[in-house]
Design a protein around this ligand. Structure first.
Ligand code: KG4
Ligand code: ZN
Length: 344
């Protein structure tokens, strides 16, 4: 049996997991740094790096213990090498490389965004090509996933990512950090028709996303809020605007992908944990007779299992042996093969 250890440390979670080639998650340990950063209302890179360093050995050991596995039984180690905060990346990648050297097993350098993009194949039977909406704290793009290393970009954000806009709006409305889940919870009690907010770039032929203007519109409306319920309603209106934008963009993408033989539509990244967004995308996919898939909620936000799984896929495809790979704070998805989808 092939056992891959996956290590994730690109942002504010120190995570490790053991995943098998036959798609069993033997362990999945996530240490969240929320308490370390909460005080500052967002992630402080230096604090994040130190917290990774303090926790990484404990988290990896627990992943092995929970899987009931000895380090000698691990077949390969996959580590996130980018994109992300450089301090954390160095900690995780160096730890993974050290295990690889000490145990004489392959080290697999994993791109964090690609890991989100492929993670659906760990829990669902889905072949390529599928349409992917990737929405995390640092990224937002729509692409066709043709293979584990081939992504055809349809559109991406020209300013904020979706997760970033959730986090900024949450801060603005006093909902704290992390913002995404707080906005989802608060929205459930709000009137999502109360405030009129823009749906930027939602016009035919425009493939990219923009969220900065929406955030500014929320800020302006927030100045007029008097009661707590006003803010709850504004929160619900913001989430509704995001949902409308995503539904519009996915629908546009489905129209231009009509002859692409898509196997389904997938949403991945932390924002995919949002149930209201999942339901809206499920409905639009039903209209198009396509499967809508998203990872289980705990595998949407950052975790080691998705890193281990891309490690498995790369291991099986003989794409490994990256000991000399240096962590990269900026590392576009499959950069050599990325191609912009032609407009119209
Ligand atoms: O993928 P992820 O864990 O980290 C990055 O790779 O960036 O995504 C984190 C992002 C944060 O911006 C967080 O606010 C957002 O995902 N998020 C959510 C929800 N849960 C997490 N956004 C909307 N609704 C949620 N339930
Ligand atoms: Zn992520």
């Amino acid at each position: 049996m092939i056992y891959v250890l996956g290590i994730e440390s690109s942002c504010d979670e120190t995570a490790a997991a053991i995943v098998t080639a036959d798609r069993r998650i033997l362990s999945n340990i996530v240490y969240s740094q929320v308490t370390e950063h909460k005080l500052f209302g967002g992630i402080v890179p230096e604090i994040a790096a130190r917290a990774h360093l303090e926790k990484i050995d404990v988290v990896v050991k627990k992943a092995l213990d929970d899987a009931n596995l000895k380090i000698a039984e691990v077949s390969a180690v996959a580590g996130t090498c980018g994109p992300g905060l450089i301090g954390g990346l160095i900690v995780g990648a160096t730890f993974a490389k050290a295990i690889s050297m000490a145990r004489c097993i392959p080290f697999i350098a994993v791109n964090h965004i690609e890991a989100h993009a492929i993670s659906i194949r760990l829990t669902e039977d889905i072949d390529f090509p599928y349409l992917l909406l990737l929405a995390s704290g640092g990224h937002c793009q729509l692409c066709i996933v043709h293979a584990i290393d081939r992504f055809e970009v349809i559109g991406k954000t020209i300013d904020d990512s979706i997760g970033e806009s959730f986090d900024k709006v949450a801060k603005l409305l006093g909902l704290g950090y992390p913002g995404g889940s707080a906005i989802e919870k608060t929205s459930a009690a709000g009137n999502n028709e109360r405030f009129s907010l823009p749906r930027p770039l939602c016009r035919k032929g425009l493939r990219d996303f923009s969220f900065a203007g929406l955030k500014t519109a929320v800020r302006i409306a927030e100045g007029k809020c008097i009661t707590e319920q006003d803010k709850v309603d504004l929160c619900a209106c913001f989430q509704k605007a995001v949902i409308d934008i995503l539904v519009y963009k996915v629908e546009q993408a489905l129209k231009i992908c009509e002859n692409k033989n898509l196997t389904g539509v997938v949403m991945a990244g932390g924002v995919a944990a949002n149930k209201a967004i999942r339901t809206a995308l499920q409905n639009i996919c039903n209209d198009y007779g396509l499967n809508f898939l998203a990872p289980p909620i705990n595998l949407c936000t950052d975790n080691g299992a998705m890193i281990a799984w891309l490690g498995v896929e790369k291991f099986l495809a003989n794409q490994y042996g990256d000991l000399k790979f240096s962590p990269r704070p900026r590392w576009p998805m499959s950069e050599n093969l990325e191609q912009s989808y032609p407009l119209n």
